[in-house]
Design a protein around this ligand. Structure first.
Ligand code: NAG
Ligand code: NAG
Ligand code: NAG
Ligand code: NAG
Ligand code: NAG
Ligand code: NAG
Ligand code: NAG
Ligand code: NAG
Ligand code: NAG
Ligand code: NAG
Ligand code: NAG
Ligand code: NAG
Length: 828
C-alpha cells in the first residue's frame, strides 16, 4: 500500500513538473535558484535576529529545490524573462555573516533588495554589492544591529547604483562624508544613525523626485538649507533631521515646502520664536521641534489645521495653551518641559481626537482645566511637575490608560471614575490627595504601576490589593497615613517587583504571603510600626535586591537557618532602628553573594529600574539620610545600626568586597575591628560608632582609598590612628569618645612624624565628593517626566514580550530607547 502511494506520488510530482515546465517557460533559472539556496545556507534562522520587527517570519525556511524559486517567499521574478528581480527578506530571522563570495551577487538583475532587520552583526558589506548589483532601484539593509559599510563602499554605492530610487541604510555604520555624485532618481534616502560627518551636499535638496529624507541621529553631519526655492519643494513629504548639526535659522525657502507632511527638526539648536517659514507649511501633519531653545508664546495660528502630532518638548516656550482652541485635528501633543503658564483656556471644545497629552514640567497652575477632563478620546495624560491644585474631576474618556499627575498640589479623594478598566499606569504621588484607598482599585485588571505615594491617604490598605491581577509590577503607597495591619494576601503567581509601604503607620506582622512575590526586587516596609521577628523566609525571594525594614518594632535575635541560598542577590539591607538583639547575623551576611563582587561591568552607572519605575528607597550613607532616592546597581549598603546587636564583628564581612556603606553604629558590639575590612576596597562610608569596640584601628584600613566618611567615635579603641591617604582627611569627630586613641588629628601624639594634610589633598577630597554615588540631580531627572512618553506603546511591546533590551535602563539608555522607540513606533 505505502509503496504504491510513494510511486504514485513520485509519478505525480514528475508529471506536475513536466506540465509546469512546459506551460510556463520562464521558471526561475537554475543558477539563480542555486545562488539563492547557497545564500540561504549561509545563515541560521533565529527569531531574535528580527526582534525589532512588529511581525516577522523566516521567509527562507521553505525554500527548496523541489519548487520554482519564483514562488519562494520573498522572491519575485520578472514575468517575461523569469529572472529574479526582487528579494524581500526583511524581518526574516536571518543570522550570520555576509561573505564577499556570497552567491547573492550572481543575481545581477536584482532591482529591489530588502535585507532590513536581520542580524548580520559584524559583516562588512562587500564592494561586490555595488559592482554586481548595479541595477538596483531599491536597497534596504537598515537595521539596528552592528553592520558597517565604510566610507569607500558608500561612495562606490552612491556612484555606481545609477538607477537607485530608494536607499535605506538606517543604523548601518557608514562613518563617512556624503559624496555629491549619486543617482538623480533618488526618492527616498534613509540614513538615520549612520555616523555621517561633513557637510550634506546641497544637491539633495534639489532632487526633483525626492520625497523622503531622513538623516536623523547624525550629530556630526552639518546641514545647511538652500536659501532659494528648492527643486524638491513640490515633492518633499518627509524631512527628518533630528540631532544633526544645524546652526542658524530656517531660511525663507522653507516656506515653499507645501507638500511637506512630516518634519522633524528636534535637537537641532533652533532658538528664538517658532520659525516663521514653518507657518506656511499648510500640509504639515507631524511637527517635532523638541529639545531646542525655542522661546516665546505659541501663537494662535489656524494655519496648522491639518496638524495631528506636535512635539515642542524641552524648549523655553511660555504663554498659555490658547492655541489649542484653534486646532481640532490634533491627536498627540507634547509640550512637556517648557515654561508654559496659566491661565488656561477654559473653552477648548475641539480636540475630539486628542489621545496623548503631555504637559509635564511647566509652570501651569490653578485647577486642571475642565476641557482636559472632557477629552473624549484621551489615552495618556501627563501633567506631572506643575502646580495644579484643587480636586481631580471625573474623566469623560473611557480609554484612559496612563495618568501621571505626580508632583502637583492636588487634593481631595481619588475619583472613582478615574479607576476605569483600561488604566494600567497611575501615578498620583507627591500631592495632597486624601481619603481612603477604595477597594475598587483592585478591579483594575490591566494595572501595572500604581503609585499613590507621598499623599495624605488614610485608613487601611484594601485587603484585596494583594489579589490584584497578575499584571501589577509596582505598588507604591509610601509616605501616607495608612494604618492597621497589612491585611492582604499576596496571591500565588503575582508579578510584583516593587512593594513600598514605607512611612505609614502600619502595625502587625510582615505578611507571610509576601513569599508568593517571586519577582520581588524591592521591599520597603521601613518607618512603620511592624512588630515581628526577622522575616528570614524573605531570603527565599531570589530576585530581592533591596530590603528596607528600618524603623519598625522588629525584635529578637536573627537566627541562622542553615540555608546558604538566602538573600543571594541582596545589595541593600537596612534593618536599622529596630529592636534586634543577639549576635550579628553572620550566616545571612555570609550569603550575600551579590556583595561579594565589585560591579565594574559598566563605566556609566546604571540605576536599578524597570521600564515603568525607577526603584526608590530611603537610604543612609555618609552620615546622611536620603529619602526616595534612585539606586545604582553598584550601590551596596548594610545598615544594622540602632539595634541591640552584641558580640564581635564577624571578619567575614571583609568578603563583601562590593560594600559601599557599612553602618553598625549604636549597638553593643565588642571585640576588634576585623583587619579583613581592608578588603572592602570600594567602601565609602564606615560607621561603627557608639559600640564597645576595643583594640587598635587596623593599620591596613589606610588602604581604603574611597573611604569618605569614617565614624569610630564612642568606642573603646586604643593605639595609633593609621596614617596617610584618606585617614589624613578625617577630623576629630571620627574618633571622639575613645580615650585610648592617639595620633593625627587628635591632640595626643603618636610618636614618629605626623603627616600634615596639605590643602591640595583637601581639594582633591572635595572634588571626589562632587561625584557621589547617589546624586540628587539624577534622582530628580530620572523619575517623573520622560518615562511616561508613549507608555501605551511600551505596554503593547511589553505585553507581547517584545524587546529584551528594555530590562536595563539608565538615563542615557532611556533616552536612546525612547528616541529610537519613538522613531520607529511613534515618532513618525
Ligand atoms: C519544499 O517546499 C514545499 C513548499 O513550501 C514544501 O511543501 C516541501 O515540504 C519542501 N520540501 C522539503 C524537502 O523541504
Ligand atoms: C565563502 O567563503 C567562506 C569563508 O570565507 C566559506 O566558508 C564559504 O563556504 C564560501 N561560500 C561560497 C559560496 O563559496
Ligand atoms: C560599476 O558598475 C559597473 C557595471 O555593473 C561595473 O562594471 C563596474 O566595475 C562598477 N564599478 C565599480 C567601481 O565597482
Ligand atoms: C563606525 O566605524 C568607524 C570606522 O570604521 C569606527 O571608528 C567607529 O567606532 C564605528 N562606530 C561604532 C558605533 O561602531
Ligand atoms: C559621477 O560618476 C559618474 C560615473 O561614475 C562619472 O561619469 C561622473 O563624472 C561623476 N561626476 C562627478 C561630479 O564626480
Ligand atoms: C557644526 O557646524 C558648524 C558650522 O555650521 C561647524 O563649525 C562645526 O564644526 C560643526 N560641528 C560638527 C560636530 O561637525
Ligand atoms: C532645479 O531645476 C531647474 C529646472 O529643472 C534646473 O534648471 C536647475 O539646475 C535645478 N537646480 C539645481 C540646483 O539642481
Ligand atoms: C508664507 O506666508 C506668509 C504669510 O501668510 C506669506 O506672506 C508668504 O507669501 C508665504 N510664503 C510662501 C512662500 O508661500
Ligand atoms: C547653538 O546656537 C547658539 C546660538 O544660537 C550657538 O551659540 C551655539 O554654539 C550653538 N550650539 C551648537 C552645539 O551648535
Ligand atoms: C520640574 O519642573 C522644573 C521646571 O518647571 C524643572 O526644573 C525640574 O527639573 C522638573 N522636575 C522633574 C522631576 O522633572
Ligand atoms: C483582615 O481582613 C478580614 C476581612 O476583611 C477581617 O475579617 C479581619 O478582621 C482583618 N484582620 C485584621 C487583623 O484586621
Ligand atoms: C510586640 O507584640 C507583642 C505581642 O504581640 C507585645 O508583647 C510587644 O509589647 C510588642 N512590642 C512592641 C515594641 O510594641
Amino acid at each position: 500500500m505505502g509503496c504504491v502511494k510513494i510511486v504514485f506520488f513520485m509519478l505525480y510530482t514528475f508529471l506536475c513538473q513536466l506540465a509546469l515546465s512546459s506551460s510556463s517557460p520562464h521558471l526561475c533559472p537554475k543558477d539563480q535558484a542555486l545562488s539563492l539556496l547557497q545564500f540561504k545556507n549561509m545563515f541560521t534562522i533565529n527569531p531574535d535576529a528580527s526582534d525589532y520587527c512588529d511581525s516577522s517570519h523566516p521567509r527562507t525556511l521553505f525554500w527548496n529545490k523541489s519548487t520554482d524559486c519564483c514562488s519562494w517567499d520573498g522572491v519575485h521574478c520578472d514575468k517575461m524573462t523569469g529572472q529574479v528581480i526582487e528579494l524581500d527578506l526583511h524581518c526574516s530571522h536571518l543570522q550570520g555573516k555576509f561573505h564577499s563570495n556570497s552567491s547573492l551577487f550572481q543575481l545581477s538583475n536584482l532591482k529591489r533588495l530588502d535585507f532590513s532587520y536581520n542580524d548580520f552583526t559584524g559583516s562588512p558589506i562587500s564592494p561586490k554589492f555595488v559592482s554586481h548589483l548595479s541595477k538596483l532601484y531599491v536597497l534596504r539593509i537598515g537595521d539596528l544591529n552592528e553592520l558597517s559599510l565604510g566610507p569607500y563602499n558608500f561612495e562606490l554605492l552612491l556612484k555606481n547604483l545609477t538607477q537607485l530610487r530608494e536607499l535605506h541604510l538606517e543604523s548601518v555604520n557608514i562613518s563617512s562624508t556624503i559624496p555629491s555624485n549619486f543617482s538623480s532618481h533618488l526618492t527616498t534616502l534613509q540614513l538615520s544613525g549612520t555616523e555621517l560627518h561633513g557637510i550634506l551636499p546641497e544637491r539633495f535638496f534639489h532632487l526633483t523626485d525626492l520625497e523622503s529624507l531622513d538623516l536623523s541621529f547624525n550629530p556630526q553631519l552639518t546641514v545647511r538649507f538652500p536659501t532659494t526655492k528648492w527643486n524638491s519643494s513640490a515633492s518633499l513629504i518627509k524631512l527628518y533631521l533630528y540631532n544633526v548639526n544645524f546652526t542658524g535659522t530656517l531660511p525663507e525657502s522653507f516656506s515653499y515646502l507645501t507638500a511637506l507632511h512630516k518634519l522633524d527638526m528636534g535637537y537641532t539648536n533652533l532658538s528664538g520664536p517658532i520659525p516663521k517659514p514653518l507657518w506656511n507649511l499648510t500640509s504639515i501633519e507631524i511637527l517635532y521641534l523638541d529639545y531646542n531653545h525655542l522661546e516665546g508664546p505659541i501663537s494662535h495660528s489656524t494655519i496648522f489645521e491639518k496638524l495631528k502630532r506636535l512635539s515642542l518638548r524641552n524648549n523655553n516656550l511660555d504663554g498659555g495653551l490658547e492655541f489649542l482652541s484653534f486646532n481640532t485635528q490634533l491627536e498627540w501633543i507634547d509640550l512637556s518641559s517648557n515654561s508654559l503658564t496659566g491661565p488656561n483656556p477654559s473653552n477648548v471644545s475641539g480636540l475630539q481626537n486628542l489621545e496623548w497629552l503631555y504637559l509635564s514640567s511647566n509652570n501651569l497652575n490653578g485647577s486642571i482645566p475642565s476641557w482636559i477632563f472632557s477629552l473624549p478620546s484621551l489615552i495618556e495624560l501627563d501633567l506631572s511637575n506643575n502646580t495644579f491644585s484643587g480636586k481631580i474631576q471625573d474623566f469623560k474618556s473611557k480609554t484612559l490608560s496612563v495618568v501621571s499627575l505626580r508632583q502637583n498640589q492636588l487634593e481631595g479623594p481619588i475619583p472613582n471614575s478615574l479607576l476605569n478598566q483600561s488604566l494600567f499606569y497611575l501615578v498620583l504621588s507627591h500631592n495632597n490627595i486624601s481619603g481612603h484607598i477604595s477597594s475598587s482599585i483592585c478591579n483594575l485588571k490591566k494595572m501595572i504601576l500604581l503609585d499613590l505615594g507621598s499623599n495624605n491617604l488614610e485608613g487601611t490598605i484594601p485587603q484585596c490589593v494583594g489579589e490584584m491581577k497578575e499584571n501589577l509590577w509596582s505598588l507604591d503607597l509610601s509616605n501616607n497615613r495608612l494604618s492597621g495591619t497589612i491585611n492582604t494576601t499576596f496571591s500565588i503567581g503575582n508579578s510584583l517587583r516593587v512593594i513600598s509601604l514605607h512611612g505609614n503607620k502600619l502595625t502587625g506582622k510582615v505578611p507571610r504571603s509576601l513569599i508568593n512575590c517571586k519577582y520581588l526586587t524591592l521591599l520597603d516596609l521601613g518607618n512603620n510600626q511592624l512588630n515581628d521577628t526577622f522575616p528570614n523566609w524573605l531570603g527565599n525571594l531570589s530576585q530581592l535586591k533591596i530590603l528596607n525594614l528600618r524603623s519598625n518594632k522588629l525584635h529578637g535575635p536573627i537566627k541562622s537557618s542553615g540555608n546558604t541560598n538566602l538573600f543571594t542577590r541582596l545589595q541593600i539591607l537596612d534593618l536599622s532602628s529596630n529592636g534586634f538583639s543577639g549576635n550579628l547575623p553572620e550566616s545571612i551576611l555570609g550569603n550575600l553573594q551579590a556583595m561579594k563582587k565589585i560591579d565594574e561591568s559598566t563605566r556609566t552607572p546604571e540605576y536599578i529600574s524597570d521600564i515603568y519605575y525607577n526603584y526608590l528607597t530611603t537610604i543612609t550613607t555618609k552620615g546622611q539620610d536620603y529619602d526616595s532616592v534612585r539606586i545604582f546597581t553598584s550601590n551596596m549598603i548594610i545598615n544594622l545600626s540602632k539595634n541591640r546587636f552584641e558580640g564581635r564583628i564577624p571578619s567575614t564581612i571583609g568578603d563583601l568586597v562590593g560594600l559601599r556603606t557599612l553602618n553598625l553604629s549604636h549597638n553593643v558590639l565588642e571585640g576588634h575591628i576585623p583587619a579583613s575590612f581592608q578588603n572592602l576596597s570600594v567602601l565609602e562610608s564606615l560607621d561603627l560608632s557608639s559600640n564597645k569596640i576595643s583594640g587598635a584601628i587596623p593599620q591596613q584600613l589606610a588602604s581604603l582609598t574611597f573611604l569618605e566618611v569614617l565614624n569610630l567615635s564612642h568606642n573603646h579603641l586604643v593605639g595609633c590612628i593609621p596614617k596617610g591617604k584618606q585617614f589624613d582627611s578625617f577630623g576629630n569627630s571620627s574618633y571622639q569618645g575613645n580615650d585610648g586613641l592617639r595620633g593625627f588629628p587628635l591632640s595626643k601624639h603618636c610618636g614618629g612624624d605626623d603627616q600634615v594634610t596639605t590643602p591640595a589633598e583637601l581639594d582633591q577630597e572635595e572634588e571626589e565628593e562632587d561625584s557621589p554615588m547617589i546624586s540628587w540631580q539624577g534622582v530628580l531627572v530620572g523619575y517623573g517626566c520622560g518615562l511616561v512618553i508613549g507608555l501605551s506603546v511600551i505596554y503593547i511591546m511589553w505585553s507581547t514580550q517584545y524587546p529584551a533590551w528594555f530590562s536595563r535602563m539608565d538615563l542615557k539608555l532611556e533616552h536612546m530607547i525612547t528616541t529610537r522607540m519613538k522613531k520607529h513606533k511613534k515618532r513618525y
